[in-house]
Design a protein around this ligand. Sequence first.
Ligand SMILES: Cc1cc2nc3c(=O)[nH]c(=O)nc-3n(C[C@H](O)[C@H](O)[C@H](O)COP(=O)(O)OP(=O)(O)OC[C@H]3O[C@@H](n4cnc5c(N)ncnc54)[C@H](O)[C@@H]3O)c2cc1C
Length: 444
Amino acid sequence: MPDSLDVDVAIVGGGMVGASLALGLQDLGIDVLLVEGTAPGSSAQSSFDERTTALGNASRRIFEGLGVWADIATQAAPIRTIHVSDAGRFGFARLRAEEQGIDAFGYVVANRVIGAALWQKLTSSKGIVLRVPARPEGVAISADGVQFTVVSDAGARERVSARLVVAADGAHSSVRAAAGIEAEVEDYDQVAIVANVAADHPHDGTAYERFTPSGPIAVLPLYDGTYGVIWSCRPQDAAGVLLLNDDSYMRELQTRFGWRAGRFVRAGGRASYPLKLTRAATTTATRTVLIGNAAQALHPVAGQGFNLGLRDAAMLAEVIANAGVGLPAAGVPGAVHTGADQPGARDTHTSGSTTRVDVGAPDLIHRFAEWRASDRTGVVRFTDGLVKLFGDTRPGMGLLRNLGLLMFDLAPPAKSALARVSAGFGGPTPRLARGLPVREGERS
Ligand SMILES: Cc1cc2nc3c(=O)[nH]c(=O)nc-3n(C[C@H](O)[C@H](O)[C@H](O)COP(=O)(O)OP(=O)(O)OC[C@H]3O[C@@H](n4cnc5c(N)ncnc54)[C@H](O)[C@@H]3O)c2cc1C
């Protein structure tokens, strides 16, 4: 093993978002390092646990483009209907995929399955240097570049120089801190308790979201006919729910959720997640980009956190791919503005027969931030607004919400608008999410 590495992009964090970015960069002819702290497949790998994720159609297309969808699809359950209700009230809304002219609103998959597909592809990919389990130490960022030491769990140390560091290391990102970016944290005073539950009959592809005074309960269809349950409750009640035996847990769940999915007859192990909104003040800084939970970690109520993070990864890969990297030297004369007029930016230069572009140049980073801004703001506002709207216990709010749900159920344009949520909330849609290759001019 060499004791120093010089790379274009160093990604810290190989969870669902960081691993996806690495795959998006794999064939671009640039040097990519991925540093992940926990071995995939280990029970300590929290990004790939037994939780389930609802993937929107845009995410499905991104995974198709990254070459991992075929492996994921075998264990993905399509969402054909979405049913939203407010506990103790009459109003509900039902959205059917066929009414929107689509096959499914999205797909529910265990994070473990997504992680296995991504890492299987990564380990067979030649273009990416993987360091796992390992962590960066002493991250130093300047206008000239990024330096740190990768320390493996076995104690090996390597010096790393990178032109761009990508923080994909989750909500408590240490790279974000090293870049001096502040994060605002808002505690929702809720804990999500996640479990697999079987009902007395297999599901019909309906995903349920039921709002209760102590938090929403999502009951999502799984590929084996059972459900993934995400029950959000008050922190003071969470320990009690975790300690219930399976029968008592199912009884309590049935009382709060109702009978629309049938009678719950079997429950698997439970795990809990405190729910907070963590929002970085900015998604970029000198030679630094934040993606996924490192940029924004959301309440799972609308199933948007990973979908948004995957679009971050897809857009960053696109911005880098279309900056002229890896093209024959003759192919890009003057085509790339690397921000050479700005402090610390390096010129494009040729290396061997290809052009080496400074992928950490200010204009490239700025383009990423600009293109992601409205999607990020829209999803954060939508998700946070939903938590607050349905958590509002002021007199009259319940009635208002129910009238809203009823009107929504009767209003096709509103439903279509919600059905399009999975494509993002504005700004350019990443090419991968549109089913196009990451690099312009290439055929899919
Ligand atoms: C209960 C629940 C349900 C959810 N359901 C949905 C859903 O249905 N749809 C949806 O879109 N989203 C959902 N989300 C959100 C989604 O899980 C997250 O947005 C997603 O996991 C973020 O992935 P990430 O890779 O950015 O971060 P993480 O999953 O936190 O991964 C970070 C990675 O970085 C590694 N790491 C951390 N520090 C270091 C370091 N110093 N060095 C090296 N490696 C490091 C970690 O080991 C980990 O692998 C849900 C969240 C919860 C809590």
